[in-house]
Design a protein around this ligand. Structure first.
Ligand code: KIV
Ligand code: ZN
Length: 508
C-alpha cells in the first residue's frame, strides 16, 4: 500500500471563493478541525497579501501541534521573508513557492522570458531553502505549459532544493488521460522522481478535478491538494473528502492508505459550509443531504434486505449520524458536558458554563435539542464573543401595508453604545437600513439565505448574508437565533464588521 498525503488549502485557495472571507477566529477553528480530520498539511494563507492574512497564518502556526503548516509565496524575496516570519513558531513549517510557466502567463502576466522564469525559480527556491527544510514549488498553469519547459522548470526547482513538486491545473483545463500522462512524463524525465514528493492541485472548471487528482495518484503522485467541500476560486478545487473516501472504498484498485480520520468528514464539512456560507448541494457526493437517502421502492426494498445492494458507503463511515438521542429541557449539566465531549468540543470551564446557559435558554423555546442545534449553539457563541460589534437591542414596528420601522443598539468593544432608527419596505430592509446608518456604510446586499437548523416549527434559524462594498469587496456573515429577524440582524452585523470601510457614527 502506498501512502497518499493530504494537503488542505481551504484556508488559502478555498478563501479565494467570491464572498468567502474567514476572520482569524474562524480560520483557527477550521484549522483545528482539519488537524482532527488528519490532513498532513494545512495551507494557512498567503502572508504577504495582507496584515490580516499574516496574523492568521501566525496564529494557526502557533495553535497547530501535530500537522505541517504551510504558507504561499511568489518568487519574491519579501514574500518568502513574510512567510518565514509567520511560520516561525510552527511545529512543522513548510513553504509553498510558485511561479507561472505557461507561455500565456509568462508573456502577458509576468512579462518574463523562459530563461528569466528558470532563473527566478532557481534564485527563489534557493533562497527559501536557506530558511525551510521543506520547500514546495508549484509551476502555475502547469497543464498548459509546454511539456519540455515544464520538465526543465521542475528540474530547476529540484536542483535548487525543492523536495515537493506540486502540479497545478490552475484553470481546470486537463482531463484524466492527459493528466496521468503528464505524471508519467515527469517520472520518465526526472531522475529524482522517487526521492521527491509529487503532488496534484486541480480546479474544477470542467467538473474533472477529483477524477484528475485520482489519475495523478494512479500515475505517481503521492500527495493531493484540495479543499473541503471543493470550495475555491471559480468552480472550486478538488473536494478532498471525495478523494479520501474514493481511496478507502476502492482500496482494491488504488492500493493506497491515508491519515484521514474518515468519521471526521461530516463535522469538517459542516463547519466549513457554515463559516463560508456555501451550502453543500443535496446531491453532493459523500456529504450531500441525499447521499444516503434511497427513494425508489426497488432500492428501498434492496437496502432493507441487504444494504450492500445499493449502499457502497455507510453514513457512519464519514460521521453522518442517523439516530443520536436529542437533549431537552430536563437534561442536566452532566449530560450536556458529556455530549459536548462526544461531539469533539474541548471547551474551557467558562466556555462550558456559557454554553450550558445558552443551551437552557434554547431548551425553553425548543423541545428537542439535536446535535445540529448544539453545533449551531457553539458556533453562535464563538461568533458573538467577537468583541468588535455586538447587537444589544433590536426593536421592530410592523404595520400591514406600510413602511416598517427598526430601532437598533450596537455595543462596541469598549462598551460604548450606538443607537439609531430607520424604516424600510419590509422588516429586514428596515433592520439593514438602520445598520447602514449606524455604521455609516454604503453596501449592497448580494445574497441572503435562510435555513432551518432542524425540522419543526420551533427550529432555530441560520441566516447567511453577503454584502458588497463600493470597492466590490464581498463579506459573508452568519447569524443564528431562534428568531428569524434577530438571526438576520446578527448575520448582517457580522458581515459588516468584516467590511473595514465603515465609519462609526458619533457615540450617542
Ligand atoms: O491554482 C493554482 O495554480 C494555485 C497555485 C498557487 C498552486 O493555486
Ligand atoms: Zn489553485
Amino acid at each position: 500500500m502506498k501512502k497518499i498525503q493530504f494537503f488542505d488549502t481551504t484556508l488559502r485557495d478555498g478563501e479565494q471563493t467570491p464572498g468567502v472571507n474567514f476572520n482569524t477566529k474562524e480560520k483557527v477553528q477550521i484549522a483545528l478541525q482539519l488537524e482532527k480530520l488528519g490532513v498532513d498539511v494545512i495551507e494557512a494563507g498567503f502572508p504577504i497579501s495582507s496584515q490580516g492574512d499574516f496574523e492568521c497564518v501566525k496564529q494557526i502556526a502557533e495553535k497547530i501541534t501535530s500537522t505541517t503548516v504551510t504558507a504561499l509565496a511568489r518568487c519574491v524575496k519579501n514574500d518568502i521573508d513574510r512567510a518565514k516570519e509567520a511560520l516561525e513558531n510552527a511545529y512543522s513549517p513548510q513553504i509553498h513557492v510558485f511561479l507561472a510557466t505557461s507561455d500565456v502567463h509568462m508573456k502577458y502576466k509576468l512579462k518574463m522570458t523562459r530563461s528569466e522564469v528558470l532563473a527566478a525559480i532557481k534564485e527563489h527556491v534557493t533562497y527559501a531553502k536557506k530558511y525551510f527544510q521543506t520547500v514546495q514549488f508549484s509551476p502555475e498553469d502547469a497543464t498548459r505549459t509546454e511539456r519540455k519547459f515544464l520538465i526543465q522548470a521542475v528540474q530547476t526547482a529540484i536542483d535548487a532544493g525543492a523536495t515537493i513538486i506540486n502540479i497545478p491545473d490552475t484553470v481546470g483545463y486537463t482531463n484524466p488521460t492527459e493528466f496521468g500522462q503528464l505524471f508519467r512524463d515527469l517520472k520518465e524525465n526526472i531522475s529524482q522522481f522517487d526521492q521527491v514528493t509529487f503532488s496534484s492541485h486541480c480546479h474544477d472548471d470542467l467538473g474533472m478535478a477529483v477524477a484528475n487528482s485520482l489519475a495523478a495518484i494512479e500515475n505517481g503522485a503521492t500527495r493531493v491538494e484540495g479543499t473541503i467541500n471543493g470550495i475555491g476560486e471559480r468552480a472550486g478545487n478538488t473536494a478532498l473528502e471525495e478523494i479520501a473516501v474514493a481511496l478507502h472504498i476502492r482500496k482494491d484498485f488504488y492500493q493506497a492508505k491515508t491519515n484521514i480520520v474518515l468519521d471526521q468528514i461530516k463535522a469538517t464539512s459542516d463547519v466549513i459550509s457554515r463559516l463560508s456560507g456555501l451550502a453543500v448541494p443535496k446531491n453532493k457526493a459523500i456529504i450531500g443531504g441525499n447521499a444516503y437517502a434511497h427513494e425508489s421502492g426497488i432500492h428501498q426494498d434492496g437496502v432493507l434486505k441487504n444494504p450492500d445492494t445499493y449502499e457502497i458507503i455507510t453514513p457512519a463511515l464519514v460521521g453522518v449520524k442517523t439516530n443520536s438521542l436529542p437533549l431537552g429541557k430536563l437534561s442536566g449539566r452532566h449530560a450536556f458536558h458529556t455530549r459536548m465531549e462526544t461531539l469533539g468540543y474541548s471547551l474551557s470551564k467558562e466556555e462550558l458554563f456559557e454554553a450550558f446557559k445558552r443551551f437552557k435558554q434554547l431548551a425553553d423555546v425548543k423541545k428537542e435539542i439535536t446535535e445540529d442545534d448544539l453545533h449551531a449553539l457553539i458556533l453562535g457563541q464563538t461568533q458573538e464573543t467577537d468583541p468588535s460589534l455586538k447587537l444589544s437591542h433590536l426593536q421592530l414596528q410592523f404595520v400591514t401595508g406600510g413602511a416598517q420601522g427598526a430601532i437598533i443598539r450596537i455595543e462596541q468593544a469598549d462598551g460604548s453604545i450606538l443607537e439609531d432608527a430607520a424604516t424600510g419596505s419590509g422588516s429586514i430592509a428596515a433592520i439593514y437600513q438602520t445598520m447602514n446608518r449606524l455604521l455609516n456604510q454604503e453596501v449592497s446586499l448580494t445574497d441572503y439565505r435562510i435555513q432551518a437548523i432542524t425540522a419543526g416549527k420551533d427550529a432555530q434559524a441560520e441566516v447567511h448574508v453577503i454584502i458588497q462594498n463600493q470597492n466590490h469587496e464581498q463579506f459573508h456573515g452568519i447569524g443564528i437565533d431562534h428568531d428569524v429577524l434577530t438571526a438576520s440582524a446578527k448575520a448582517y452585523l457580522q458581515a459588516s464588521s468584516k467590511n473595514k470601510h465603515f465609519v462609526l457614527k458619533e457615540v450617542k
